[in-house]
Write a protein that binds this ligand. Structure first.
Ligand SMILES: C[S@@+](CC[C@H](N)C(=O)[O-])C[C@H]1O[C@@H](n2cnc3c(N)ncnc32)[C@H](O)[C@@H]1O
Length: 216
């Protein structure tokens, strides 16, 4: 996490961060279509923002991250119903098909070898993997991603919708669905209206790319 853990998590409590986070959580939950009691793993969970709703729904929920500081924050603030474990996304300490659902939200963008990490996510998934990525063809990339990026986006790898889909090439995955959200990232009234009106299946210019794929 290229900014401090406290600052990163505080952003989710700003009006803009709460709106963007809420839109992303709903999109991820819809694409995950988690089954009752299904186990779930959140890879690159950071402070546990996306682990929290998984834990609230019950079942075994594990968050992994390589940052001990982020995990400590997650345990203190989002520990209810979830276990948080230190691990590298490229070498997960779980058996094959250990979790029904595996999610990884804006984490592969920071992993050196994203394809190796994605192969690991698929290895430990039994039913579905959902990724959250950053869209290079978005307004957010122009304002926060260009030239190496700034704030929490510094050092991130940005994808196009096509690149996001192609990440799964030759991996044991099918039924790939790609959607985007947060077309206007300023979080104002116009942005909110725009996001409610546009189809979630636009394959377009939203800053947040969500990809779901079923494990084959
Ligand atoms: C931008 S944060 C996203 C955190 C959380 N998923 C969220 O959306 O709020 C990226 C996270 O990926 C983690 N990360 C980066 N490389 C990793 C790796 N190789 N293995 C595990 N975690 C990694 C970082 O420590 C950081 O917590």
């Amino acid at each position: 996490m290229p900014t401090s853990v406290e600052d990163y998590d505080r952003w989710y409590r700003t009006p803009r961060g709460a709106w963007i986070g809420g839109v992303e959580r709903r999109l991820v939950a819809g694409m995950a279509a988690r089954r009752a009691g299904e186990s779930a793993l959140d890879v690159g969970c950071g402070t546990g923002y996306f682990t929290e709703p998984l834990a609230r729904a019950g079942g075994t929920v594990v968050g992994v991250d390589r940052s001990l500081e982020a995990l400590d924050h997650a345990r203190r603030h989002r520990g209810a119903g979830a276990m948080f474990v230190a691990a590298d996304a490229r070498s997960l300490p779980f058996p094959d098909r250990a979790f029904g659902l595996v999610v990884s939200i804006t984490a592969l963008c920071f992993v050196d070898d994203e394809r190796a990490a994605l192969a690991e996510l698929l290895r430990v998934a039994r039913r579905r993997v959902v990724l959250g990525l950053l869209n290079r063809a978005s307004v957010l990339h122009r304002t926060h991603g260009a030239g190496g990026g700034r704030g929490g986006y510094r050092g991130a790898r940005w994808h196009t919708v096509g690149e996001a889909r192609a990440l799964f090439d030759d991996l044991p995955a099918g039924s790939i669905d790609v959607r985007t959200a947060v077309a206007d990232p300023d979080g104002g009234a116009w942005a909110r209206l725009l996001d409610r009106r546009r189809s979630a299946r636009d394959g377009g210019r939203g800053a947040f790319i969500a990809v779901s794929a079923d494990r084959r």
